[in-house]
Structure formats: structure tokens, C-alpha cells
Ligand binder design. Structure first.
Ligand SMILES: CC(C)(COP(=O)(O)OP(=O)(O)OC[C@H]1O[C@@H](n2cnc3c(N)ncnc32)[C@H](O)[C@@H]1OP(=O)(O)O)[C@@H](O)C(=O)NCCC(=O)NCCS
Length: 417
């Protein structure tokens, strides 16, 4: 098992200064004023080959809700990240989370530890703000894994031939631009059944969707059975150079069979201009519902992998207390958890009657890193599989007992941020 470095963060309430041996001091603090946000929009644009004006639009929409933390060195803004305050569903309950996004370091300042300093700041800052977990989509798994995140799944693009959707229909009808509050309420009530979906605040789409790139047409539709909203789809309609339209579905929530079949048939209606519909970023559950709905799924459905959803517990006690646990699960595991930021800790996890708690101490009979524990907590990695992957150690019977404590959860990350 890897041993932690004895890294200790020097923290102040809202400002942190980190010094790597022999290096310039990096100070990380909240963005102050438009000029700093604009400079980060440029750093981010250079990092992702994006457009600074488009970045500024979404950063300006986000800043009232979400802290933007910036790294300063020698009076320059050299990098930063943003945390979106959300919940995340686990075991039927909403766990307080800070979703990490827009991690970037200016190309001229890379490979000097700024990224690492941002991660350490993020872990402490998310915890200070009451988060138990900090999910992200990793363009580089290596960086995040080093700092205690672990992969839960690779987000999938499901590409389905539009012609295969034309035969679907359901009772009800589509209406454009459904009320956002109703959409968020619908998805909360539906997605609580999985482990991992974000419990989004009502402003979420005003930050993640509305600013857009200005060039690609985008649409939102609700599925109504009578006056009741039972489904929701939002997509971009992208014209491919010299060819057809490609529909990129960013979100697809269908709570009834009518909504499922109705919305699929609605997308199928684009067949004359769009040969494919792409459900991006795991908008559909990874084990595709289309396997059961299409007559010939193996001919009409193709799946491609994209970025990984990674998860990190930033406060074990809070994460364990906030999650729902299976009502019939009961037992205890004695853990030794290695965290690259806070060190090695022995913990006893006790589950009973649908809830759980953690106390300090115990024998440390099961040993793992905080990343493997986070993936297990998210129902993405069974402890018994983690043993075979070199991510967890312990007696086989104890490992099986540990898996019994979360058994039954199905992980899914339908949100992209
Ligand atoms: C990913 C990113 C944020 C990393 O930032 P960074 O400041 O270079 O990160 P670090 O310096 O902490 O670590 C990067 C590497 O430099 C190494 N490094 C850190 N300090 C070093 C030093 N003083 N000397 C030599 N190497 C060093 C690290 O060990 C790490 O090595 P690795 O290649 O084995 O992973 C940056 O590359 C970036 O902005 N990329 C584009 C945007 C992006 O992909 N963001 C992530 C989105 S999810």
C-alpha cells in the first residue's frame, strides 16, 4: 500500500499560501473583481483551446453561486478552479457536494506543482464549505488520482441510428422550454434512485447550459402526459461541415414508459436531416435502456468512451452520515485509510437500519486509499474487485462483509460539468 506523504496544509480561512521546496510561493484565494475573472477566462481558454469571451459568459453566470479560486504567483494569475455547490445522490439521499470544474494552469506555469497546490486547496476548501464529496470529470486522471480521487466510470457516448427511433411513440406530447423549476424537481425525484447523479440547485442550467457557445442551436423539450411533466430532453443541433445535422443530447430524463417512447420517437422525427442521435456524457444510463427497447440494438447502437467521472470523499464522517444505506444491511468494518493530504487514519464504519456512522480507532483490518474508498462508497467499485486491482487489502470474509454494506446501488453520472 502506498504510504502518504507527510504533507500538511497551512490553511487560513479564505487564503492559503503553499510553498514547495525551492519554489516560488503560490497563493490561492477567491477571485476578486471582474478583472481577475477575465484573466482566468483567458487562462482557461488557452488551456482548453476555447474562447475567452464564451468562458467569461459562463464564469460570470457562475460566480454569484460558485466560488472561483485563483492561484497567484509573482503577482500573476497562473491558474484556478471552480466549485459548484450541489448535492449528489447516494443510497436515496442527497449528500452535500462541491463539484470541481474548470481546473486550469497557464501553459507557462505547468509542471511546477501549481496543479497539486490547487487540488490541496480544493480539498480543504470544499470541506470547509460543508461538502462530504467532490466529484469531477478528469481530463487527466493522473493528477487527480495522485491527490486522492479515483475513477468511478468512463462517461459514455451512445450513438444510435436516428432511423431506429422513428417507430417509437407514447401517449402525451412535447412542449418546448418547460419550466426549469419543474424540470429540476422531476429529475431530483427520478435520479435519487441511482448513486452519483447531481442533486442540482435550480440555477444549475443557467450556468452550465444557457451561456452556450452562441453558434450551435440548442433546444429543450418537456414530455407532458396531460399537464404533468414526465420527461425532459435538451440537445444541441450541430451541423457537420458538408454533411448532415448531428443531434447531441445532453440530458434525457424519462420517468414513464410513455415519456421514454415519446421522447425517443420525437428525436426519431429528425431522421431526414440527422442520421445519428448522440447521447453524450452518459446522458443515458451506461447499461443502455436502448438494449431493451431497440429491436436490433447491436446493429443500431454504438458506444464510445470519453472522460472519466472521478470521485473523492473530502470528509469521511460527513459522507458516511449523509448517505442512505440499504435498510437490511448491518455490520461493521475496521478500516485503515490512506489520504495523500491528511495521512493515515484508522476508522470504524458501522451500518444499521439504513444509516451509518464512523468513529476513530479500530484495528485497520481493511486497508485502502481514500480514492478506492470513494469509488466503493459510490457503488462504482466492489471491495472484492478492488482487492484484485491492488487498491484494497484485507481478509476475504471481511471484504465480502464490506461489500454487503452498500450492496444494491447502481452508479450513474448523467451530469456533465
Ligand atoms: C492538468 C493541469 C491543471 C496540471 O497542472 P500543473 O500545474 O502542471 O500540475 P502539477 O505541476 O501539480 O503536476 C503536473 C506534473 O508535473 C510534475 N511536477 C510538479 N512539480 C514539479 C517540479 N517542481 N518539477 C518537475 N515536475 C514537477 C508532477 O509530478 C506532475 O507529473 P506527472 O506528469 O507525472 O503527472 C494543467 O496541465 C492544465 O491546465 N492542463 C490543461 C487543462 C486541463 O486539462 N485541465 C484538467 C481538466 S479536468
Amino acid at each position: 500500500m502506498p504510504r502518504p506523504n507527510a504533507d500538511v496544509m497551512r490553511t487560513r480561512e479564505y487564503t492559503r499560501a503553499l510553498m514547495e521546496p525551492g519554489q516560488t510561493e503560490i497563493e490561492i484565494r477567491d477571485a476578486q473583481g471582474d478583472a481577475e475573472v477575465r484573466r482566468f477566462a483567458e487562462v482557461d481558454a488557452e488551456s482548453f483551446a476555447g474562447d475567452a469571451a464564451a468562458n467569461m459568459r459562463w464564469l460570470s453566470a457562475a460566480v454569484p453561486h460558485a466560488p472561483l479560486r485563483l492561484a497567484h504567483t509573482d503577482g500573476e494569475i497562473v491558474g484556478g478552479y471552480m466549485l459548484l455547490p450541489v448535492g449528489q445522490f447516494f443510497g436515496g439521499r442527497s449528500v452535500p457536494a462541491q463539484a470541481l470544474t474548470a481546473v486550469a494552469v497557464h501553459p507557462a506555469w505547468r509542471r511546477r506543482g501549481v496543479g497539486g497546490a490547487l487540488m490541496r486547496d480544493c480539498i480543504a476548501f470544499a470541506r470547509e464549505r460543508g461538502a462530504a464529496v467532490a466529484p469531477l470529470h478528469g481530463a487527466t486522471v493522473r493528477l487527480y488520482r495522485r491527490w486522492g480521487w479515483e475513477v468511478c466510470s468512463q462517461t459514455l457516448r451512445q450513438i444510435v441510428r436516428t432511423a431506429a427511433l422513428t417507430g417509437f411513440s407514447g401517449s402525451g406530447r412535447v412542449r418546448s422550454n418547460p419550466d426549469r423549476t419543474a424540470v429540476e424537481a422531476l429529475r431530483r425525484a427520478h435520479l435519487v434512485r441511482w448513486d452519483g447523479p447531481l442533486d442540482r440547485p435550480d440555477w444549475f442550467l443557467s450556468v452550465q447550459w444557457d451561456p452556450g457557445d452562441g453558434a450551435t442551436p440548442r433546444f429543450e423539450y418537456g414530455w407532458y402526459e396531460g399537464d404533468t411533466l414526465t420527461g425532459y430532453v435538451r440537445y444541441e443541433s450541430e451541423r457537420q461541415p458538408g454533411t448532415w445535422i448531428r443531434l447531441r443530447v445532453q440530458e434525457f430524463i424519462a420517468t414513464t414508459l410513455n415519456a421514454t417512447r415519446g421522447l425517443l420517437g420525437f428525436l426519431g422525427g429528425q431522421e431526414s436531416q440527422s442520421s445519428d442521435v448522440v447521447f453524450v456524457h452518459s446522458a443515458l444510463v451506461d447499461v443502455s435502456p436502448l438494449l431493451w427497447l431497440l429491436a436490433e440494438p447491436h446493429r443500431n447502437l454504438e458506444v464510445q468512451g470519453f472522460l472519466c467521472w472521478m470521485q473523492r470523499i473530502v470528509n469521511v464522517e460527513a459522507a458516511v452520515a449523509a448517505r442512505g444505506w440499504p435498510a437490511r444491511a448491518a455490520g461493521r468494518v475496521e478500516l485503515e485509510v490512506t489520504d495523500p493530504v491528511t495521512g493515515v487514519e484508522r476508522l470504524v464504519l458501522e451500518v444499521e437500519g439504513g444509516s451509518a456512522r464512523v468513529t476513530q480507532g479500530g484495528s485497520g483490518a481493511i486497508r485502502c486509499g481514500i480514492g478506492a474508498l470513494s469509488a466503493w462508497y459510490s457503488s462504482a467499485l466492489r471491495a472484492q474487485d478492488a482487492v484484485r486491482l491492488g487498491l484494497l487489502e484485507g481478509d476475504a470474509a471481511l471484504v465480502a462483509e464490506m461489500d454487503g454494506l452498500v450492496a444494491g446501488g447502481l452508479s450513474w453520472m448523467p451530469d456533465y460539468f
